[in-house]
Ligand binder design. Sequence first.
Ligand SMILES: [Zn+2]
Length: 140
Amino acid sequence: MEYTLNNELNGIEVVFAEKPDLVYRTALKSLGFRWSRRKRLWYAKQSDFRLDSVKTLEDKFFNQKTEETKLFNADERADTMKFTIEELEEALQDGRTGFCIACGCEAYGVEPDATKYKCEDCGENKVYGAEEILIMGLAG
Ligand SMILES: [Zn+2]
């Protein structure tokens, strides 16, 4: 995954060497990126929020590739909540809403890249930011 700034068009462009996993495509879509079939890249207008998010995505992409930072093991993933794209999208836009993957409740004051915050409802350290949840593949 690689992003470049197209200053002529005031755009951010993202390319992948291979077709990326669904989570990345979903994350890009929810950030307002569109796929250009002709240019074979993802593009969107530049904004600080998008740029930050793309940088975070890029970090995750490489971390995931090297398998160094697995956020989850398979057992844990099995009994976690799923969240809808709409609610994640909303949370990404306000930038302060996270979700508990144990009980499914919303948590406020949670940055998009937060991990393992304590849930005030169920007490588990399973509150994650919206961006993390997208990347973990819990959208759908
Ligand atoms: Zn909870």
